[in-house]
Design a binder for this molecule. Structure first.
Ligand code: CTP
Length: 404
């Protein structure tokens, strides 16, 4: 759990910072919100206090015995200011300290992320650009504003990026530090990721499925985008499409097969994070099946997408499989994983334990832990952490194979 200071300056985008706060607290972070007085004109102190579980003040004159204007900054692992207005950027660039947020920025020695949001003219003004450049030269990560709809009917550069993108950036900075969080080591690479559990329909209402939520695959897509890759996500998940990716929605293993193979021809890497059903009903009824005393359904085998990818892989293409395993009477999880790596013939296999016993991870939740087995025999343990952290650990290994 990291200590995060969420600074909120006085812009209409303050409402989006509420969602950012939720995402930070829901992932277990200890968040102190430090709004400016103008921020409270947009979103009131009770909202920040209720969602952060802490009192909120804008002033250096409250709780003076606790010296908050020094303590909050000193204790932080990350300060993120969202939205950062033109006024806040100007004050920060010049070292002004006339409220709790600007004091905090002067005392913080941790990574500082600022997400500007304002009208295009204000963002493009020479004064604002010079202030952003000054802050960047001092090591502050000043995020480029998004382009799109602004406060009124107008649109242009100056939108606050979506809270989910800012949250991801915060997680990356906390996990990897400022420099590594923004490394574009997948720039120029095209990667295909599959995610979700496929649904094999019995009739228009019922299907055979599995517990995969698609969260790990979506995390992989987001992390690859953040590292500069062109990303295609082939997914059967109903999660929101990750920003910056081409998303191909599919339902069944057969549809996933066709989409993945079509997209993979020119890909530098393919990561099969999807839980593809091995079997489908031999027959899909066009009308709803009626109840009978007993029912047996004939199943036929689906194509093995990963094995097909391996059999037709292009030069230098890196292929990654996932294996959600339980140990059984014959072998433990890793022994099953090694056998699967050999059987599939891929370069890397992400093995995680699932099921009711042991330390099950993987399905549905935000966290995962895994052992990544490589065809060259190397083994990388990824301890329990966010699915975003596991995604980054996997891309580290893929990126290393591009370089070798
Ligand atoms: N996979 C695939 N096509 C399938 C089944 C699985 O591409 N029809 C991929 C998965 O996306 C995953 C890897 O193969 O990356 C391993 O999936 P898994 O279901 O564990 O493999 P199986 O060969 O089906 O082995 P098992 O007998 O354990 O189910």
């Amino acid at each position: 759990m990291a200590r995060v200071v969420l600074g909120v300056a006085g812009g209409i985008a303050a409402y989006k910072a509420v969602e950012l706060l939720r995402q930070l607290t829901e992932t277990g972070h200890d968040v102190t919100v430090v709004p400016t007085a103008s921020a409270l004109e947009f979103v009131g102190a009770p909202t920040w206090a209720a969602l952060s579980g802490k009192p909120v003040t804008t002033s250096t004159w409250d709780d003076v015995h606790d010296v908050p204007h020094v303590r909050i900054g000193q204790e932080a692992d990350l300060v993120v200011v969202a939205p950062a207005t033109a006024n806040l950027l100007a004050k920060a660039a010049h070292g002004l300290a006339d409220d709790l947020l600007t004091n905090t920025l002067l005392t913080a020695r941790c990574p500082v992320v600022m997400a500007p949001a304002m009208h295009t003219e204000m963002w493009e003004h020479a004064a604002t650009q010079s202030n952003a450049a000054t802050l960047r030269s001092r090591g502050v990560l000043v995020v480029e504003p998004a382009v799109g709809r602004l406060t009124g009917a107008d649109s242009g550069s100056g939108r606050l990026p979506e809270p989910a993108e800012l949250a991801l950036l915060c997680f990356r900075v906390l996990a990897r530090g400022l420099a590594d969080a923004t490394t574009l080591d997948l720039l120029g690479r095209r990667v295909v990721v599959s995610s979700g559990g496929t649904r094999e329909h019995l009739d228009p209402v019922r299907f055979l499925g599995n517990r995969s939520s698609g969260r790990q695959g979506h995390a992989l897509a987001r992390a690859a985008v953040a590292r500069g890759a062109e990303v295609v996500l082939v997914t059967s998940s109903s999660l929101a499409d990750p920003a910056g990716t081409k998303v191909v929605h599919v339902t069944s293993a057969a549809e996933m097969h066709d989409a993945v193979l079509a997209e993979s021809a020119s890909a530098d890497a393919v990561v099969m994070a999807a839980a593809v059903a091995d079997y489908r009903p031999a027959e899909r009824l066009s009308t709803k099946r009626k109840k009978t005393d007993a029912l047996s359904v004939e199943l036929v085998q689906n194509p093995d997408i990963l094995r097909e990818l391996v059999s037709q892989r292009g030069a230098g293409q890196v292929l990654v499989g996932f294996a959600a395993e339980t140990g059984d009477d014959h072998a433990d999880v890793l022994t099953h994983g090694r056998a699967k790596l050999a059987r599939k013939g891929c370069d890397l296999l992400v093995v995680n334990e699932v099921g009711e016993t042991g330390h099950p991870t993987g399905f549905e939740g935000p966290d995962n832990a895994a052992t990544i087995l490589a065809a060259d025999g190397s083994v990388t343990e990824v301890p329990l952490g966010s699915k975003d952290a596991l995604a980054d650990a996997l891309w580290d290994l893929v990126a290393a194979r591009f370089c070798s």
